[in-house]
Design a protein around this ligand. Structure first.
Ligand code: SF4
Ligand code: SF4
Length: 292
């Protein structure tokens, strides 16, 4: 099973849950992907030995001025307004380019070729029996989606994996989260029982359901409540109304907060969470097998 762990906002404990879930499944040699490419921090807790890395990016058009007749065809076919012809100049805006190649294919003069615009780095290695991979977007780059896509293509075998695969999604509910959720078998949303937590949980559920609708088959969604005991009952009521099972409640506890701040994991602070998290995995895997 490929499980994406997401949250509508940062700071809910998403990575805390993802890391400890991977450690709870260690005997199955899980694959852990840190897809939060703008701010990957799972390595701080898993401390993997990284043995491989590669630069990743996106192909962008480069215009050969000698052959360009400034006909404007490339600008007309670009749906993203990433290329413009102004007088005798052709301007490419890499931050808008989706690398679709239409402009190159449609150029009547064959005056366009593609070059790699490096966006970031992928790294891979092992933390004990947990295989680990992460993507890191270069500072100043805005295109997280291609880095996440290439991280998944690089690390997850094309034929799928018999091992557990855990995707630690970026926070929020925008395109990088959608890209992370694509191809997942189930989604685990981590939230906190506050009005802010409820607001962001709603957004995360909506995104998950949009991904579910786009793939045309069931995408089981479940919830973990972190810092249980604070706030109000709004999240519990929402989950009940929406039919979202709450598979784990982690209380607000000083020992957990202090341990996490020191770079410890939930299961090293409280080993009793290990069977609870393994049970959570089994519950979700059973739902996936039953089709939702
Ligand atoms: S389509 Fe080709 S020839 Fe026409 S403006 Fe673009 S690059 Fe130049
Ligand atoms: S590759 Fe696609 S998105 Fe990029 S400039 Fe060409 S047509 Fe536009």
């Amino acid at each position: 099973m490929i499980l994406a762990i997401a949250s509508g906002k940062g700071g809910t404990g998403k990575t805390t849950v993802a890391v400890s879930l991977a450690l709870s499944l260690a005997e199955w040699h899980p694959l852990f992907l840190d897809c939060d490419v703008e701010e990957p921090n799972a390595a701080l807790f898993l401390r993997p030995e990284l043995t491989e890395s590669r630069k990743v990016g996106q192909l962008i058009p480069v215009v050969d001025e000698e052959h360009c007749t400034h006909c404007g065809r490339c600008a007309k076919v670009c749906e993203y307004h990433a290329i413009a012809v102004i007088g005798t100049q052709v301007l490419v805006f890499p931050e808008l380019c989706h690398g679709c190649g239409s402009c190159m294919r449609q150029c009547p003069e064959n005056a366009i070729h593609e070059e790699l615009n490096v966006l970031g780095t992928l790294e891979q290695g092992w933390a004990g029996t947990v295989e680990f991979a992460q993507g890191m977007l270069n500072v100043g780059e805005a295109l997280a989606v291609p880095v996440i896509r290439q991280l998944k293509q690089w690390a997850i075998p094309p034929e799928g994996s018999n091992r557990p695969v855990i995707l630690d999604a970026p926070p929020g509910a925008a395109c990088p989260v959608v890209e992370t959720l694509r191809g997942a078998d189930a989604v685990l949303l981590v939230t906190e029982p506050t009005p802010f937590g409820l607001h962001d949980l709603r957004a995360a559920v909506q995104v998950s359901r949009e991904v579910e609708a786009s793939r045309g088959m069931s995408l089981p969604i479940a919830v973990v409540i972190n810092r249980a005991g604070v706030g109000d009952a709004g999240v519990e009521a929402y989950c009940a109304a929406e039919g979202l099972p709450i598979l784990l409640r982690i209380p607000l506890e000083r020992a957990i907060a202090e341990g996490i701040a020191r770079g410890e994991t939930l299961v090293s602070i409280h080993p009793e969470y290990q069977p609870a998290l393994a049970g959570l995995w089994d519950t979700l895997a059973a739902r996936v097998r039953l089709g939702g």
